[in-house]
Design a binder for this molecule. Structure first.
Ligand SMILES: Nc1ncnc2c1ncn2[C@@H]1O[C@H](COP(=O)(O)OP(=O)(O)OP(=O)(O)O)[C@@H](O)[C@H]1O
Ligand SMILES: [Mg+2]
Length: 224
C-alpha cells in the first residue's frame, strides 16, 4: 500500500533550509495498522504529509496504492487522494464558513457520492456529534472539531487513513471511543491505518510501531 525508498524532505531556503526527512525507507502492506512515534520535531507530521500526498518529497521514491506520488504534480495528487486517502491533521482545517454537516458532506459530494448528506449525518452520529451537525467550527469545542475532522476523513471509506494525534484533544473516554471507531473500520473494511500518537496505549493497539528520531526511522517493531 505504501512503499517509500530513501525519502528526503528539505524545506525553506538557505540559510534557513531544514533537512526534515533524511533518507527513510518504509513499506506498509494493505490492512496494516501502524503507530508512528517520536519526539516533537522528529518529522512525524512531515512524513505523514509526504506519505499521504499532501507534500512532495525532495528526493527518493514514494508509491501509494500503486501510484508514483513523486512523479505527480499537486493537482494530480489531489485527485489521487480523493476517496482513497483519509487524512486527519494535527490542526483540523475545518472550513469556518461551513457547518459540521457541510464540512463532512461537501468532500463526499466532490467524490461523487449521491447520498452525501445522509452519509455525513451518519458519520457525525458515529463520532457522537449527531446533535451538533448544524454548528459552525467556531461554535464547537476543540474536541468536537477533532471529531468532525475524523468523521470527514472516514466518510468516503478510504482504503488508507492517516491521523495525526487523533485523540490529542479528547478526554480519555472520548479518545477511547474514537480509537474504537478507527479500529472497527480497520477490522471490518480492511482500512490501512497510519496513526501518529504520543499515547502508549494507543500505540499498543497497532500491529506495528515505527519510531522516528531526527528524520530517520530508529525502530520498527511488529506486535499485537
Ligand atoms: N515549512 C517548514 N519549513 C521549515 N521547517 C519546517 C517546516 N515544517 C516543519 N519544519 C520543521 O521540521 C521539523 C519536523 O516537523 P514536524 O512537524 O514533522 O515534527 P513532528 O514530529 O510532527 O512534531 P510534533 O510532535 O511537535 O507534532 C521541525 O523541526 C519543524 O520545525
Ligand atoms: Mg506533528
Amino acid at each position: 500500500m505504501i512503499e517509500a525508498r530513501n525519502l528526503t524532505l528539505s524545506l525553506g531556503r538557505p540559510p534557513a533550509r531544514v533537512d526534515i526527512l533524511r533518507g527513510l525507507d518504509l513499506a506498509v502492506s494493505a490492512g496494516e495498522s501502524v503507530a508512528l512515534l517520536g519526539p516533537s520535531g522528529s518529522g512525524k507530521s512531515s512524513l505523514m504529509a509526504v506519505l499521504s500526498g499532501l507534500e512532495r518529497p525532495s528526493g527518493g521514491s514514494i508509491h501509494v496504492a500503486g501510484l508514483d506520488f513523486a512523479a505527480m504534480d499537486e493537482d494530480a495528487l489531489a485527485v489521487a487522494r480523493r476517496g482513497r486517502i483519509g487524512i486527519v491533521l494535527q490542526a483540523f482545517h475545518l472550513l469556518p464558513t461551513m457547518t459540521a454537516l457541510e464540512n463532512v458532506a461537501v468532500p463526499l459530494e466532490l467524490a461523487g457520492e449521491p447520498d452525501a448528506f445522509a452519509r455525513a449525518e451518519a458519520e457525525l452520529a458515529s463520532v457522537g456529534l449527531g446533535h451538533r451537525t448544524g454548528h459552525y467550527p467556531a461554535q464547537l469545542s476543540g474536541g468536537e472539531q477533532q471529531r468532525v475532522a475524523i468523521a470527514r476523513a472516514l466518510a468516503p471509506r478510504p482504503a488508507l487513513l492517516f491521523a495525526d494525534e487523533p485523540t490529542g484533544n479528547l478526554d480519555h473516554a472520548t479518545g477511547v471511543a474514537i480509537m474504537d471507531l478507527l479500529f472497527s473500520r480497520h477490522r471490518e473494511a480492511g482500512t490501512t491505518l497510519f496513526v501518529i500518537t504520543h499515547d502508549p496505549s494507543l500505540a499498543a493497539r497497532c500491529g506495528r510501531v515505527v519510531s522516528l528520531e531526527d528524520g530517520r526511522i530508529v525502530s520498527d517493531r511488529r506486535g499485537a
